[in-house]
Design a protein around this ligand. Structure first.
Ligand SMILES: *Cc1c(COP(=O)(O)O)cnc(C)c1O
Length: 397
């Protein structure tokens, strides 16, 4: 058995990406320009979105979308506790109050639980497509329509996923905006980066203005005769643009994305074949009406059958040369959010019960079949050794 470490996630950067970065460096234009415009065009085409804005991160994209919706202090945004902290901080930075609903059996935002949380103050719903499996969107959209709410999707894991035949991010879907992440571990990476898609012209124009200091393009045009040095600022904006240096990487990653997802899917199939017969764990489910982007392969330990806990399991994996992770530490367990999350209306018992069981195994396009077999064999050994003795009951007299 090889002793080399199997990393949880490794970016798949090809020669095209490297050559594009070098060409950009030599071009004399490093910041947002023609390569970013091209990346936005191709991303629009891939997701069937009418508009796409390249941004510096998914966090920036979520913040921009919520800011563009003009949320006021006291407005509420309902989201999931099983997410990265950025989902919540984006809501806070937009000036609104996050409200936690609970999760469904996939670990995704549960529509029934969202319905319970809606009040007169609710303005938006923010679903997160955990691991790359789309949420139950029809029921979320229906609720949003009934109650006049906006929907902003955190699609950090879901580039390439689709729901009932429609790509996540498509403008034929009723969401107001969809934010994607190109962080180093994500399905498509530019190192750091993101994209927001929307079908709404007003939202797009406002996001574009806010993404670049609040500089008004209209004012720019109006005063163009003043000369190219003139600009006007109509709001205190942010600095959220994606530079050409990174968009060039994104262009090639996007062209390779389908092959990445196919490779991820093959690895998942192999994991299923090798781990399917172990009673001590549950494998992630697929849904026939959704295309899973397979960003993460999250297994669930059956702790009642084991005499080890999740931390110990991950430590044993690490000791045997396998990197693993957890997605996610529920928001109520993070210090900053604790006092607020302790409010009874933010209660999410299902997410908290799921958390101690969650382990994400290595999944990335460069993982070889041999490495997957090694991860599966080690996982199996650890679990079988930690198997709790079956209780036997004496028959009734
Ligand atoms: C990675 C991630 C983000 C943040 O993405 P960035 O591009 O790093 O800002 C947001 N939400 C979820 C669920 C994530 O996994």
């Amino acid at each position: 058995m090889s002793s080399s470490y199997i990393a949880f996630s490794v970016p798949d950067i090809g020669e095209e990406e490297i050559a594009e970065v070098v060409a950009t460096l030599r071009s004399g234009w490093l910041t947002t320009g023609e390569r970013t415009a091209q990346f936005e065009r191709e991303f629009r085409e891939y997701t069937a979105a009418e508009r796409a804005l390249a941004v510096s991160s998914c966090t920036a994209g979520l913040h921009l979308a919520l800011a563009a919706l003009r949320l006021k202090r006291g407005d509420e945004v309902i989201t999931t506790p099983l997410t990265f902290c950025a989902t919540i901080t984006a809501i806070l930075h937009a000036g609104a109050t996050p409200v936690l609903a609970d999760v469904d059996e996939d670990g995704n935002l549960c529509p029934d639980s969202v319905r319970d949380r809606v009040t007169r103050k609710t303005r938006a719903i923010l679903p997160v497509h955990l691991a790359g499996l789309p949420c139950d969107m029809d029921r979320i959209w229906q609720l949003a329509r009934e109650r006049g709410l906006a929907v902003v999707e955190d699609a950090a894991h879901a580039v390439g996923a689709s729901y009932r035949g429609t790509p996540i991010g498509a403008s034929s879907a009723p969401s107001d905006a969809v934010a994607f992440s190109f962080y180093a571990t994500k399905n498509l990476t530019t190192g750091e980066g993101g994209m927001v898609t929307t079908g709404r012209a007003d939202l797009y124009e406002r996001m574009r203005m806010l993404a670049l200091h609040g500089i008004s393009k209209d004012a720019w045009n109006r005063y163009a005769r003043e000369g190219s040095w003139f600009y006007d600022v109509v709001e205190p904006g942010f600095k959220y643009n994606l530079p050409d240096l990174l968009s060039g990487i994104g262009l090639h990653q996007l062209r390779r994305l389908e092959s990445f997802i196919a490779a991820r899917r093959n690895i998942v199939e192999l994991y299923r074949e090798l781990l399917g017969d172990i009673d001590e764990l549950e494998l992630p489910r697929e849904r026939p009406d959704r295309r899973h982007a397979w960003h993460l392969f999250c297994i669930r330990l059956r702790l009642e059958r084991l005499n080890l806990d999740r931390a110990e399991f991950i430590e044993r994996l690490r000791h045997r040369g396998v990197g693993a992770s957890v997605h996610f530490i529920p928001i109520p367990l993070l210090s900053f959010f604790q006092p607020w999350a302790a409010l009874s209306r933010n209660a999410c018992p299902r997410a908290l019960a799921l958390y101690p069981r969650l382990v994400s195994l290595p999944l990335h396009p460069r993982l070889t079949a041999d490495e997957v077999r090694r991860v599966a064999a080690i996982t199996k050994q650890i679990l079988l050794r930690a198997r709790r003795a079956k209780r036997t009951y004496a028959p009734c007299a």
